[in-house]
Design a binder for this molecule. Structure first.
Ligand SMILES: [Zn+2]
Length: 94
């Protein structure tokens, strides 16, 4: 659920920053109906090359996945504000 909220707020930020629309309330409503919650989006606006971040001590399988670039190892301690995804293109977490 936290992941979805993060993705959703990213969309809201992107949409409210859209300069061609003057009514932000309408824009937010439009966004909430078109967001695909299953597909994380980079803050830079693309959905490819994004991998989930695995928190905690990785298993052997987790290490193998990280080596293959399928997941990103976030570290041992996950906090309230820990990011959920890693963009391989921009090398950022969100
Ligand atoms: Zn990116």
């Amino acid at each position: 659920m936290k992941v979805y909220l993060l993705v959703f707020s990213t969309f809201l930020l992107a949409c409210t920053a859209e300069p061609t629309l003057s009514n932000s309330e309408i824009e937010i409503t439009n966004c909430s109906t078109t967001v695909d919650l299953d597909e994380p989006q980079c803050p830079k606006g693309h959905t490819d090359e994004i991998i989930p971040i695995a928190w905690g001590k990785p298993s052997k399988e987790g290490m193998a996945k990280a080596d293959s670039g399928l997941i990103w190892l976030g570290g041992c301690i996950m906090t309230e504000n820990s990011p959920s995804f890693h963009c391989k293109i921009h090398d950022i977490e969100f």
